[in-house]
Design a protein around this ligand. Structure first.
Ligand code: 5GP
Length: 179
């Protein structure tokens, strides 16, 4: 891994592809244990969670369904703090066990919005699984049940995460340099 430039910003290698994979292995093992026989519905939050969702579900040995929703986009390197409605939730999730898949939980505004929106659909249970979690930035009291990797409060890209559209394809995780 070496430094990459995306638009006007430079990013340096932070977590290797191998370490990301090992962290996802652990989340998958926990879900295989906790949801055996429950046929959960996994809901990936687009765009960023496409990578986590794909990597996670190929490790799941339990029966499960997979779908995606979209919420407001993230502009630049700071959370906008605003989210719109859940778009694309066509599955019936009433009475189902739901696992929300997030690429990264930062302030938790997105998680709060999704939890509020899902409650109206009366699922049997809702858990949250995140590829990355920034505990120092988190402002909600909602538990993030399954965290692959905890990171400090810095802007990162790679493994599905972008900087203004670029960088989602980078394997591993890169963090913004001070420059
Ligand atoms: P929150 O609502 O938790 O503040 O932010 C969640 C969303 O903000 C994520 O789904 C992601 O789109 C974006 N986000 C937060 N932190 C980062 C980051 O470090 N890098 C990137 N690329 N996106 C981030």
């Amino acid at each position: 891994m070496s430094r990459v430039r995306l638009h006007d910003k430079e990013f340096e290698p932070y977590i290797s592809e191998r370490d990301v994979a090992a962290a996802i292995d652990k989340v998958a093992a926990d879900l295989n244990r906790d949801f055996a026989g429950k046929r959960p519905v996994l809901i990936g939050v687009l765009n960023g969670a496409f990578f986590f969702a794909a990597e996670l579900v190929k490790r799941l040995t339990i029966e499960c369904e997979v779908t995606f929703v979209k919420v407001a986009s993230y502009h630049g390197t700071r959370s906008s703090g605003k989210v719109s409605d859940l778009i694309g939730l066509s599955e019936r999730i009433e009475g189902r066990h739901v696992i929300v898949l997030e690429d990264i939980v930062d302030t938790g505004g997105t998680v709060r919005h999704i939890m509020d929106a899902l409650r109206d659909h009366h699922p049997a249970s809702v858990r949250i699984a995140a590829l990355l979690f920034k505990p120092e930035a988190y402002k909600q009291d909602i538990r993030i049940d399954h965290v692959a990797l905890e990171i400090p409060n810095a802007f990162v890209v790679g493994s599905g995460l972008d900087h203004d559209g670029l960088g989602r394809n980078l394997p591993g995780i890169y963090t913004i340099t001070a420059s």
